[in-house]
Ligand binder design. Structure first.
Ligand SMILES: Nc1ncnc2c1ncn2[C@@H]1O[C@H](COP(=O)(O)OP(=O)(O)O)[C@@H](O)[C@H]1O
Ligand SMILES: [Mg+2]
Length: 389
């Protein structure tokens, strides 16, 4: 297996293999994919990232005809695709699934032969009569399937039942089955999910080798090290919308991508309204809870804030602000608590909403460590940058 990290097919680069434009998928009131444009060129490996529920798999389903997109169109090599899975496969797009879909009780070889089905011209009668044409086609299919098993390193398990393969090998077998349809574009949905680092490395090599055979690849993955090492281009979906697209370096350094993975809302983020609504509801719940807060807790909040003031000079200024906010909010919480006790529940909620919603949660935050410390440890743990180091 040859591995090339550099793009070796510069001459073919200008050919657009996949062109999805304005793809939108709605399920009732939920817009899972919102007006997404994405192209994949010949010779490219393109990555699709985004938090769980971002709409990545739904987008794949729209590309492959499993879903009929509510809006938008998908073209393969300049021809608009009909939203029918078998026609999409026939056109030249193959895929693997996030949840492995093998024929568990068929052998490894038979699973690959199933994938070959769209490329065999022999019809029903030929198959039933088992004439010379059929036998020849069958032999050719068998040969090709064995080649593919060799390519993924599973030829020695051709006769094993698919269900007896370890998880990592099942994922590879799915790739072989997809390749059996002779695709021009391969879509991989989380190909390394559940794999150990060693298996992930092998899969990376395998995908480079597939690209080197002239097959364009679009891959969904959560493993940032894997995706940034593998892809020529990466697009990040957040709440159904394409947030950023660019080279791994660009996407990796984009603070919005980091924020999306950390779950920190940022100005203008898709779904920011929903996030604000949830936060407001949480603030209301918190305020209602504060009605039960004892004065001791309030004193503790203020005390902690005072303690922070004794820290370094630069931190002292921040702490002072925090302390002020904490005191102010403690007063607000107390006021709300009184109101909650005397007024109707709905009125109390309205009052809590009227106060600065985001601030309502801050007394608790002020009792903990300084915000700077908290943020640093969180970033180093989960940011894409951190993972690639
Ligand atoms: N068939 C469906 N019916 C209703 N909602 C769906 C369906 N498929 C996906 N969704 C919803 O669409 C959103 C995106 O899901 P998905 O595409 O699986 O995300 P991802 O693959 O990025 O984790 C989720 O909120 C999910 O619940
Ligand atoms: Mg998914």
């Amino acid at each position: 297996m040859t591995t090339t990290t550099e793009n070796t097919t510069a001459t073919a680069e200008t050919t657009t293999v996949l062109d999805a434009s304005g793809v939108t998928m709605r399920f009732g009131g939920l817009t899972a994919v919102r007006s997404v444009d994405l192209t994949v060129n010949a010779g490219e490996i393109v990555g699709l990232i985004g938090p769980n529920g971002a709409g990545k798999t739904t987008f794949f389903n729209c590309l492959t005809g499993l879903y009929v997109p509510t809006e938008g169109k998908v073209s393969y090599k300049g021809t608009v695709l009909p939203p029918k899975p078998h026609l999409v496969t026939q056109a030249g797009i193959a895929r693997t699934f996030q949840n492995i879909r093998l024929f568990a009780n068929m052998t490894v070889l038979e699973n690959v032969l199933v994938g070959r089905h769209t490329r065999t011209k022999e019809g029903l009668w030929s198959a039933l009569l088992r004439g010379p044409g059929f036998k020849k086609a069958e032999a050719a299919s068998h040969k090709r399937a064995m080649e593919l098993l060799e390519f993924i390193g599973l030829e020695h398990k051709a006769d094993h039942l698919a269900r007896n393969l370890p998880y990592g090998e099942q994922r590879k077998l799915e790739i072989a089955r997809a390749l059996a349809s002779d695709p021009g574009l391969l879509l991989l949905d989380e190909p390394t999910a559940g794999m150990n680092p060693q298996e992930t490395r092998v899969t990376e090599e395998l995908i480079f080798a597939i690209r080197d055979q002239g097959i364009a690849v679009l891959v969904i993955e959560h493993d940032m090290r894997f995706i940034f090492n593998l892809c020529d281009r990466v697009a990040c979906l957040v709440q159904g919308e394409k947030l950023v697209e660019g080279t791994p370096a660009v996407v990796q350094g984009d603070e919005r991508v980091v924020a999306a993975y950390l779950g920190t809302p940022f100005e203008g983020a898709p779904g920011a309204d929903e996030v604000a609504a949830v936060e407001a509801a949480e603030a209301v719940a918190e305020a209602a809870g504060a009605s039960k807060a004892t004065s001791a807790e309030v004193t503790e909040a203020t005390g902690a804030a005072e303690a922070t003031e004794a820290a370094e000079a630069t931190e002292a200024a921040e702490a002072a602000t925090e302390a002020a906010a904490a005191e102010e909010n403690a007063a607000e919480a107390a006021a709300t608590a009184e109101a909650a006790e005397t007024a109707e529940p709905t009125e109390a909620a309205e009052e809590a909403e009227a106060t600065e919603e985001a601030e309502a949660t801050e007394p608790a935050a002020a009792t903990e460590a300084t915000p700077a410390e908290g943020t640093t440890s969180k970033t180093s743990k989960t940011s894409p940058e951190g993972e690639t180091q």
